[in-house]
Design a protein around this ligand. Structure first.
Ligand SMILES: Nc1ncnc2c1ncn2[C@@H]1O[C@H](COP(=O)(O)OP(=O)(O)OP(=O)(O)O)[C@@H](O)[C@H]1O
Ligand SMILES: O=P(O)(O)OC[C@H]1O[C@H](OP(=O)(O)OP(=O)(O)O)[C@H](O)[C@@H]1O
Ligand SMILES: O=C(O)c1cccnc1
Length: 489
């Protein structure tokens, strides 16, 4: 079992790579450009679900992968037997030592379209090779953390438990999905191994099978209360919530817990009309003297149903959310891309561009940094400025920022502070970054979200947060466009 799950030490994922990375690697070497220093940016173009921002996640798994990147004799033999690769390439992989520099935005940071979340600098053959895993790790967890954050914000302070393992897309979908959901704000998970691996609180109630297995609902509840008097949360919808589930729960609370001086934990409702059933259940529990008994609901929930039932006045303390969270059902693809943005020649960085008919899809060339600009008075984030990596923002001088496409839209900032978002993660292949634990990441995430204006947090039609280019980067881009004979406005 540990072989399947110990992603840190034992899992050899080196060949989890799109085959073209290998054919290109072989080709780069053959054509004498394998060692040319290149820069790649990983970024996304659109926030899923029409939201205003995403939550960066998945970096720790990317780091672990890069740290362990090597090829076993078995891998080498397999590649050799393909009969496609030159001996030089096979030998390169046999002696492989990852030597790239990597910068990234820390996990839990709110991020926006077109910002490099990860930058890789190194020999073309290596920087190219890791494309698949950079995208896979960051795309998956950023998607789930972003979805979880929408769900948690809809729950408006009520607890959210992640219940998705059984409906996740594979083991890793469950495990790393639980990790991302926690970073995004879920309070706990039903995925036990996620507690063992990452320290995410694992919790659970009971299934309908528990109730069905006994001769009656009453007996099932009694057995549970005797087994777990201090953690008595009963699933009340197996037969009929209001006619049987709640009355039986009250009876058991009174007979089994009250004499011991123990308070019941709660009840869970997993079907039917959430507003009606929670309102009636709340009344019945209050009348019976259990106003502190929590009401948990589940059943194909997402941020929209959660917001709706709260608006309807449903009486809910806690949500269990599974399938629609763990699969990001409403929009299950996070379209992060990995693009070459510069090469080094004669010790100089030469920016490179990818042109597209669609102006929004033209890449931002060069080796970059991102500054988040905060209003010193409100402490709210005003805009992000993507700059060339060597640019320094002078906080003591007014800073004019402008829309990168509609350049006449300008704004001058004063009394602001500028924070660098990209941090060095690997230096020549060596990890130079300490990954925080998930609880610290989750706390950081919450703090960072509190620096965003409410308009950016809106579920629908959020205010578009400004992600601008510095004058220097804008000129670099437009010089390249002119060179390629492209003229915009
Ligand atoms: N008051 C409500 N407002 C909005 N959506 C609700 C409300 N009550 C329940 N829902 C949601 O409606 C969907 C369907 O609920 P329904 O009770 O039909 O589920 P079901 O799975 O068919 O129930 P059952 O398990 O009894 O067959 C679920 O996603 C549920 O969360
Ligand atoms: O609905 P989700 O958001 O995925 O939450 C998890 C679901 O898993 C369990 O159901 P189970 O697997 O027994 O199936 P059910 O949907 O028939 O109750 C639980 O009772 C929830 O309904
Ligand atoms: O603990 C629960 O109630 C639970 C766990 C997983 C899926 N559904 C419910």
């Amino acid at each position: 079992m540990s072989h399947l799950f110990d992603w840190k030490e034992e899992r050899n994922l080196s060949l989890l790579v799109d085959f073209y990375e290998l054919t290109m690697g072989n080709g780069y070497l053959y054509n004498g450009v394998g060692d040319k220093i290149v820069y790649f940016d990983m970024y996304f173009r659109r926030v899923p679900d029409g939201g205003g921002f995403c939550i960066m996640a998945g970096l720790q798994q990317l780091i672990e992968y890069l740290k362990n990147l090597k090829f076993s004799e078995d891998d080498i033999l397999y590649l050799k037997n393909k009969g496609l690769f030159n001996d030089d390439f096979i030998n390169y992989l046999r002696d492989f030592k990852f030597s790239c520099d990597v910068w990234a935005i820390p996990e839990g940071t709110p991020v926006f379209p077109n910002e490099p979340l990860v930058i890789v600098r190194g020999p073309a053959i290596q920087a190219q090779f890791i494309e698949t895993m950079v995208l896979l790790t960051i795309n998956h967890q950023t998607l789930i953390a972003t979805k979880a954050n929408r769900i948690v914000r809809a729950a408006d302070g009520r607890t959210v438990m992640e219940f998705g393992s059984r409906r996740a897309q594979g083991y890793d979908g469950a495990i790393f999905g639980a990790r991302a959901a926690y970073i995004g704000g879920c309070d706990s998970t039903a995925c036990t191994i996620a507690e063992k691996m990452f320290g995410i609180p694992a919790v659970g109630t009971m299934a309908h099978s528990w109730v069905q297995l006994f001769d009656s609902e009453l007996e099932a509840f009694r057995a549970w209360a005797r087994t777990y008097p201090n953690n008595c949360l009963l699933l009340v919808d197996t037969y009929n919530v209001l006619k049987s589930g709640i009355p039986n729960a009250i009876k058991v609370f009174n007979e089994e817990l009250v004499p011991l001086g123990i308070r019941p934990k709660g009840i869970r409702i997993d079907s039917g009309d959430i507003k009606y059933l929670t309102e009636k259940s709340r009344e019945m529990l209050d009348e019976a003297g259990f106003p502190d008994c929590k009401i948990v609901v589940s059943n194909s929930l997402d941020e929209y149903i959660i917001r709706d039932v709260i608006l309807q006045g449903a009486k809910i303390d806690s949500f269990g959310v599974g399938e629609r969270l763990i699969t990001a059902k409403s929009e299950p693809v996070f379209g992060g891309v990995y693009k070459l943005v510069a090469i080094e020649e004669n010790n100089e960085i030469k920016p490179k561009i990818k042109i597209s008919e669609n102006e929004e899809k033209i890449t931002n060339p060069g080796f970059k940094q991102i500054y988040r600009l905060y209003d010193k008075k409100t402490n709210k984030a005003i805009a992000d400025l993507i700059t060339l990596a060597d640019e320094i923002i002078d906080e003591s001088k007014p800073l004019e920022i402008f829309h990168p496409i509609h350049t006449w839209k300008r704004k001058t900032l004063t009394n602001f502070k500028a924070k660098k978002l990209l941090t060095k993660i690997l230096d020549k292949g060596q990890v130079v970054y300490d990954c925080p634990n998930v609880t610290d990441i989750k706390t950081y995430c919450k703090e960072q979200i509190s620096t965003l204006w409410d308009e950016v947090l809106r579920f629908e039609n959020p205010h578009k947060y400004y992600v601008d280019l510095s004058s220097k980067l804008w000129s670099t881009k437009h010089n390249l466009l002119t060179k390629h004979n492209i003229h915009f406005r």
